[in-house]
Design a protein around this ligand. Structure first.
Ligand code: ZN
Length: 385
């Protein structure tokens, strides 16, 4: 691709947000060889699924067998939570400090094998340790492979729909019929790719959750002018003044400094995570500057309530009030700090999967349901033999 782009158009393609793959040397070595200037990112869902296994097949539970001292719920409750916190770190020093605390804690809990394996695979190796949600520096570009996996699913098909090719046949059939038809389909039917990244899109942002947030948001308490923007309380911290102590702690965590023991590492994480840094940025030279947020939600959805209260400051007072009156006091339970958007993403994927598999089966159901899952493994290539 690089040679074709150079020879045909005289351009050198670059991957601005980084190149994302799972923990597989064949991909990463090739990326490095051909695109040495672009950073390589590790797909987060491929990591977290090793900590889980359940009926919905959200994970493959690979790390279960490493447990020495604890039951599987320790892996799901404690270790998985730790890994989600690592993903939520907003700076490299913060990631490094939390990493040390987590490994110390796992060792203390008697899980040295797990700590060693995880460190070797996803923490020490520079090729596979870039999976913080904001590591690319570009909102909307978080380290996950799902869009790519989705395209693989289209190619291979699953129980709910046939694929572009019939995988798993002998080499002759694959080389002479299936792969050529895949090339043909991809070059004839898929002539363009369009990706839209509307920042703080009105349809996406103006939702009841924002109105509820806005109604509880007190500009004098819940936000503070900071650098070239504002520090804003996230949902579960509304009402807690952002004083000098909190700002100091926020900065210390970002710098990887923490005065307490590893058993208190949640505090280290929440000192950053409970705030969203909202600032105005001109991302498109043709458009007016937009507010952007630093929280996970903004990186994942290109919108968050914290940035939206600034962006839609004119419309919100009337809209939010109207909606709240319509509700006649029927107030939904507020999302607590323990509710993690990350888990929500996993649940949503599992629900989508359940929906697809319930549609009915075709003549050639796949021999295992893993192929239907949005997250597939490279081992699937065994079907091509
Ligand atoms: Zn935010």
């Amino acid at each position: 691709m690089k040679c074709a782009a150079r020879d045909l158009f005289g351009i050198n393609p670059r991957f601005k947000g980084g190149i994302i793959s799972d923990h597989t040397e064949v991909f990463v070595n090739a990326f490095q060889e051909i695109f040495p200037k672009d950073q390589v990112l590790q797909c987060f869902p491929h990591i977290i699924r090793k900590f889980r296994i359940d009926a919905k097949r959200e994970g493959n539970g690979q790390y279960m067998k490493l447990l020495k001292n604890n039951q599987s719920f320790w892996l799901w409750d404690k270790a998985e939570e730790d890994v989600y916190m690592l993903r939520g770190c907003r700076s490299q020093p913060m990631f490094d400090k939390l990493k040390d605390m987590i490994l110390a804690s796992w060792t203390h809990d008697g899980e040295q094998d797990l700590a060693d394996t995880f460190r070797k695979s996803y923490l020490d190796n520079d090729l596979f340790n870039k999976w913080r949600y904001n590591v690319s520096g570009i909102p909307g570009c978080i380290p996950q492979n799902n869009s790519h996996e989705r395209s693989n699913l289209d190619t291979k098909g699953c129980a709910a729909f046939p694929g572009i090719i019939k995988a798993g046949q002998n080499m002759t059939a694959m080389l002479n019929i299936e792969f050529p038809s895949l090339v043909y389909f991809n070059s004839i039917e898929r002539t363009e790719v369009e990706r839209n990244f509307p920042i703080l899109d009105e349809m996406k942002s103006m939702k009841p959750a924002l109105f509820e947030y806005y109604l509880e948001f007190d500009k004098l308490v819940d936000c503070l002018q900071y650098k070239d923007g504002f520090l804003v309380n996230r949902e579960y911290n509304l009402g807690e003044p952002i004083d000098a102590i909190r700002v100091n702690r926020y900065e210390s965590s970002l710098d990887g400094e923490f005065e307490l023991d590893y058993s208190e590492r949640h505090f280290f994480y929440y000192r950053v995570n409970e705030l969203c840094f909202v600032t105005k940025k001109q991302l498109d030279p043709k458009q007016k500057p937009f507010f952007t947020g630093s929280c996970f939600h903004f990186y994942n959805h290109l919108t968050c309530n914290h940035a939206a209260v600034f962006q839609y400051a004119d419309e919100l007072p009337t809209l939010a009030k109207k909606i709240s009156q319509e509700k006649q006091g029927r107030k939904k339970r507020r999302i607590t700090g323990l509710e993690r958007p990350n888990k929500y993403q996993l649940r949503k994927m599992a629900q989508e999967q359940a929906r697809l598999t319930s549609i009915g089966t075709f003549d050639n159901p796949s021999p295992n349901h893993e192929m239907c899952h949005p997250i597939t493994q490279t081992q699937d290539k065994a079907y091509l033999v």
